[in-house]
Design a protein around this ligand. Structure first.
Ligand code: BV8
Length: 256
């Protein structure tokens, strides 16, 4: 992939001249690193759908099964490195005066690639929470020595500190994401099927507040129609090419 992404001049000018930008990423950004996506062909686990496993009902019904799933995902993710798409997004911070990286991913790869303070809408697979006390702590044990893991303080069962289906997102985190969307002049939507709410509504919120929406995905999604620009292809190729084009057009970038 050369640097020639066919972007109409008018749109490219807006992308280059913007001071405030934000991005929403989904599992597709981590796909090229080897992290299985949710709704791709390998989106199942022991014939169970994520919506069943990533829910309080599913967890209370069989905490061992749900923890086995997370333990397996943690073991996969622990062997994985960020890809050029993650690294390019970390550099977007140097290109825009105000840049917010919002992710639905729980794999922690954006931070590993150097992204400053990503907004993790759905939590982080390396954080666990005590069911009784609500305390959150980091736990990077791979594999887990005990399933389900217990709280070292009160011996109650731990759960992943992740937002499951049917659970509310953290209000402060959602507020931060909403503000970034509203204030953005360019809103990138990368590697997400845009079906999970409320994350999938951020692009519309940005657009209603004057932003142009740039979608990067292998396939069309429910927001492709309304996006101002759809760049079809791998995010690990398109994002670095787009970053190079913006830096070239600007003649500089603050990352040095
Ligand atoms: C909530 C943690 C209040 C788990 C996840 C309307 C309003 C509010 C809620 C709802 C609503 N309608 C329905 C709901 C309920 C539900 C929902 O949205 N359901 C969907 C399935 C219809 N929402 C909720 O429950 C949310 N809670 O709003 O609380 C409430 C509660 C109940 C009722 C009303 C209101 C909580 C949602 C959070 C769920 N937790 N993750 C875990 O990870 O273990 S969501 C899960 O899906 C992941 O976080 C994942 O990131 C996310 C979205 O999936 P994607 O990231 O998009 O991944 P996917 O595989 O689908 O797509 C990958 C894309 O990448 C594809 O498009 C593919 O083409 C592309 N791709 C692949 N490779 C590449 C690529 N693109 C570029 N390059 C590549 N190389």
């Amino acid at each position: 992939m050369g640097d020639i992404l066919n972007i109409p001049d008018k749109l490219f000018e807006k992308i280059v001249d913007a001071e405030r930008a934000a991005v929403l990423t989904g599992a597709g950004v981590s796909a090229e690193s080897g992290v299985p996506t949710f709704r791709g062909e390998n989106g199942l686990w022991r014939n169970r759908r994520p919506e069943e496993l990533a829910s309080m009902e599913g967890f209370l019904d069989d905490p061992r099964l749900v923890w086995d799933w997370y333990d397996w995902r943690r073991s996969v993710i622990s062997q994985i490195q960020p890809n050029p798409g993650h690294y390019a997004l970390a550099e977007f911070d140097c290109v825009y005066d105000q840049f917010t990286l919002i992710t639905q991913n729980v794999d922690g790869l954006h931070a590993l690639a150097g992204a400053r303070d990503p907004v993790e809408l759905h939590g982080n697979i390396w954080h666990v929470r005590c069911l009784k006390e609500g305390t959150v702590r980091e736990n990077r044990e791979v594999p887990l020595s005990r399933i389900p893991p217990l709280c070292p303080d009160c011996n109650s069962m731990l759960r992943p500190n992740i937002v499951w289906f049917g659970e509310e997102l953290d209000t402060d985190i959602l507020k931060r994401a909403g503000l970034a969307a509203k204030e953005s002049e360019v809103f990138f939507v990368v590697g997400t099927s845009s079906v999970v709410q409320p994350a999938a509504s951020l692009a519309g919120l940005a657009q209603r507040n004057g932003a142009i929406v740039v979608e990067i995905n292998l396939d069309r999604t429910p927001i492709t129609e309304s996006a101002d620009l759809f760049l079809q292809g791998k995010s690990g190729e398109i994002l670095p090419a787009l970053l190079r084009m913006i830096v070239q057009a600007r003649g500089y970038d603050d990352c040095g």
